[in-house]
Design a protein around this ligand. Structure first.
Ligand code: ADP
Ligand code: MG
Length: 393
């Protein structure tokens, strides 16, 4: 094939990375998942034919020896730099509970993940950004919001009173009070959350969501640490503190000439919740609502990939909110987290199949406010310039 499909012309992909976490103390190492030497391919034992492996190819594939710092420097750093050039970025961690999503995106004090590292970098860049007027921080404004999507409702993690208010409508009490046997009628009170709206420029926003201006790294960390405590968790057999919500941290960087946004997303576990032996209507309703956003995310990604006319952004809260950052003005990255070992193997194949579809998503970076050509130079440096004709036929 000589000609690239027009859809692919000059457009950029969402990068898809795979990261395999180490075996934990209570796990017995087995060879069911292996990263090939070139750090591009993951091999996982074929469940139907255990003598054989299935190979999955990624933009990068990291084994358990790869540190937080390496992941950040190799793959995240260049994306964050470009936010100062007006380029939006969405980075999300996808995988089953226990695969290492929170470790990757958030990390801990000893091994900080993407969020703290990104803010270190953002404040550094803001400080170095010399404005035409010579102001200290180049006139940069850094504004954050942090919210979660739980059962298809949006909650502000910077407004804990609202979050806890909704906890009162939670689980078993309501579920056991249910008298109906109909599976189509839910008697569980659904917390409403914040409404999603469109502004005059047809940009999506969350009405009433707080946005905090932060001026130092320490200020951000203290705000973030407090907010993290309000994330919704629920008990399942699989993991007593498994994350059942999608947590989205959004940073908006405004310089004198550009405006760029970063979404850093810790997705809810992608496991099939029917396997976690959850009983009761509430939990099942919750499972399907959680999986819906993930399911639609997969569909959106596939629709973009195939150049479909209808992209089903509106079919879930998360894809609606991210609409402007998926397929439009955005360079993106999905980090697929994988837990090693046979116990996770079916989940691993499900995860990798989802990811492999996503890998071909094509994305065109568009600057929010075109004041110079920095963004195109930046995009070219990131992904290589021009036509991606290779796989176009
Ligand atoms: P998830 O958020 O996907 O449910 P976690 O991030 O909580 O998974 O990871 C599960 C466990 O594995 C945690 O104890 C975490 O500290 C550990 N872990 C995950 N990834 C790594 C890694 N790359 N290196 C060391 N430990 C890890
Ligand atoms: Mg987690």
């Amino acid at each position: 094939m000589v000609y690239a499909h027009p859809h692919h012309q000059g457009q950029q992909k969402i990068k898809v990375l795979c990261r395999v976490r180490p075996f934990l103390a209570h796990e017995t190492p087995d060879g069911s998942v292996q990263v090939e030497e070139d750090q591009k391919v993951l091999r996982a034992t074929n469940l139907r034919d255990p003598e054989k492996d299935i190979r999955y190819t990624f933009d990068a594939c990291y084994g358990d020896e790869v540190s937080q710092e390496t992941v950040y420097n190799n793959d995240v750093k260049p994306l964050i730099e470009n936010v100062f050039n007006g380029l939006d970025t969405t980075i999300f961690c996808y995988g089953v509970t226990g695969a290492g999503k929170t470790h990757t995106i958030q990390g801990n004090e000893n091994e900080p993940g993407i969020i703290p590292r990104a803010f270190k970098q953002i404040f550094q860049l803001a400080h170095n950004n010399v404005s035409p007027t010579g102001d200290g921080d180049g006139g940069c404004e850094i504004k954050v919001s942090y919210y979660e999507i739980y059962k298809e409702a949006v909650f502000d993690l910077f407004k804990p009173d609202l979050t806890t208010a909704h906890t009162a409508t939670d689980p078993s009490a309501t579920a056991s009070a249910s008298a109906t046997t109909s599976t189509t009628t839910s008697t569980v009170v659904q917390p409403s959350g914040l409404p999603i709206r469109e502004d005059v420029n047809r940009k999506i926003f969350i009405a009433g969501l707080s946005e905090k201006v932060v001026t130092t790294y320490d200020q951000f960390i203290s705000l973030y640490t407090t907010a993290c405590k309000y994330r919704r968790t629920g008990s399942t057999k699989l993991n007593s503190h498994s994350s059942r919500s999608h947590a989205i941290l959004t940073v908006q960087v405004t310089t004198t000439t550009t405006q760029g946004k970063v979404h850093l997303i810790d997705l809810a576990g992608s496991e099939d919740n029917r396997k976690t032996d959850n009983k009761g209507r509430h939990r099942m309703a919750e499972s399907s609502a959680i999986n819906r956003s993930l399911f639609v995310l997969g569909q959106v990604v596939e629709a973009l990939n195939s150049g479909a006319h209808r992209i089903p952004y509106r079919d879930s809260k998360m894809t609606r909110i991210l609409q402007d950052s998926l397929g439009g003005r955005c360079v993106g990255m999905m980090i697929v987290n994988v837990a090693p070992g046979k116990a996770f193997l079916q989940d691993t194949h499900n995860t990798l199949n989802f990811a492999t579809k996503s890998r071909d998503v094509v994305n065109k970076p568009v600057v929010n406010e075109i004041v110079d050509q920095r963004w195109s130079v930046a995009a070219e440096r990131l992904y290589g310039g021009g036509v991606r004709g290779g796989g176009g036929g």
